[in-house]
Design a protein around this ligand. Sequence first.
Ligand SMILES: *[C@@H]1O[C@H](CO)[C@@H](O)[C@H](O)[C@H]1NC(C)=O
Ligand SMILES: *[C@@H]1O[C@H](CO)[C@@H](O)[C@H](O)[C@H]1NC(C)=O
Ligand SMILES: *[C@@H]1O[C@H](CO)[C@@H](O)[C@H](O)[C@H]1NC(C)=O
Length: 457
Amino acid sequence: MLILLLSMAVGGAAGIGVTYGRRATSLPPPADVARFLARGTVLDRVRLLNADPLALRAFAGMGLAVDVTVPNALVPRIADSVAFARQWVRDSVAPHAAAGTNVSRILVGRDVISQANRTLLLCLVPAMQNLHTALLATSLHRRIKVSAAHSLGVLAVSTPPSAARFREGYDAAVVKPLLAFLRATGAPFMVNAYPFYGLTSDAGLDFALFRVSAEGVTDAGTGLVYTNALDAQLDAVHSAMKRLGFGDVDVVVAETGWPWAGEDWEVGAGADHAGDYNRNAIRHLGSGVGTPLMPNRTFEVSIFSLFDENLKPGPMSEHHFGLFHADMTPIYDAGILTAPETVGPVSAKVTPASPAPAPAPDAGAADSGGRQWCVPTPAADAAVLQENIDFVCGGGMDCGPIRPGGRCYEPDTVQAHAAYAMNLYFRSNGQHAFDCDFGRTGVVTTVDPSKISSSST
Ligand SMILES: *[C@@H]1O[C@H](CO)[C@@H](O)[C@H](O)[C@H]1NC(C)=O
Ligand SMILES: *[C@@H]1O[C@H](CO)[C@@H](O)[C@H](O)[C@H]1NC(C)=O
Ligand SMILES: *[C@@H]1O[C@H](CO)[C@@H](O)[C@H](O)[C@H]1NC(C)=O
């Protein structure tokens, strides 16, 4: 039955995720967010910036991989005590993993290395080790990796990429043990990469936005030519790791993104650029081209961020990294929706990233009074339709009319009953196209299905 809820996420082989930050005054409930991400988008991963049980519960059965974050404040305590690490895993992670939330990573702290907090810094790797030990005790270590996300602030030098190195003093004390831990446990080095922040004038915009018109930049150290800023940033991280002997540790883009609005002085902020950047970054990292120093591979990437966060400090751009409004209509076209019907008023050209469900037929639109129904696709398998019925009717909705003796019991076919149940669910949840996806067995139509079935029986 959970199969029903799985989104057939496509996209890059290595996965596309989103950061689900919640420092905002008005956000939809986590359960709605989880359902939307699973059904309405190609995203297959979500990163929480804490381990909020409400959010973790919302993703149960949704299939999406979920990365949780240990707040910085807990890092010293977890580093100090395996017992505390065990308890944290037992309380904050294990119950959700048992209940069907696909917890895939525990990320320790936020950007610990680039903060000038010595206590926190020295606790990072011990905390990661203790969490791994705690996971071993529950056998969850096979499913759940421990890592941490770092900004490019971990690098003392980042250009040209081949000359990059980690900050002085940190490399031996923190970064080397960190990389050794990641290698030993098969976890990736996770980096927050933002070409947006490197911009000081429009001159760099083409390079940051993956435009073909961008002038390539040659790395004098290797002779390799860079055609976009993200590749240069990822290769800088790779070079710095390699310098310490860890060129084999995988690199994952934990965060990247672009603000759709900003202050006058914030070069490049804007919805068109944000759309270009995110679409191009996702396409490039999923394409298998790789980077000049890491060719012929895909990269997992998570876009920052799901929603705008008006409670964050900082300039205007900080509040405008969102992909979606609070009603889950897109702010701009980031190319991550599954169905064209979910396009909101702002954007008219969302690219379906997969074969989308057939669009609503136009026939009948004129006399349907704008009403919409959710019906099974003609090709839908009867067993799957039965699961749809069980899902809807087992979830507290009133299916009396399709039970024996009910007014919609006839025709007594699984297709007719599924049409009733799926439409009930669709209407009760606000008639979003993604509420009619049902693992691609549902389609929105403007033709009243009760008229069709009554004329055909
Ligand atoms: C859970 O996430 C992993 C990625 O970490 C993915 O490979 C796996 O298919 C997901 N599991 C389910 C049941 O969707
Ligand atoms: C360093 O981080 C720890 C843990 O988050 C915190 O308790 C402490 O106040 C921080 N110290 C400074 C100087 O910010
Ligand atoms: C990457 O792929 C290209 C084209 O298929 C090939 O010529 C090249 O040797 C590959 N490079 C590596 C490092 O595998």
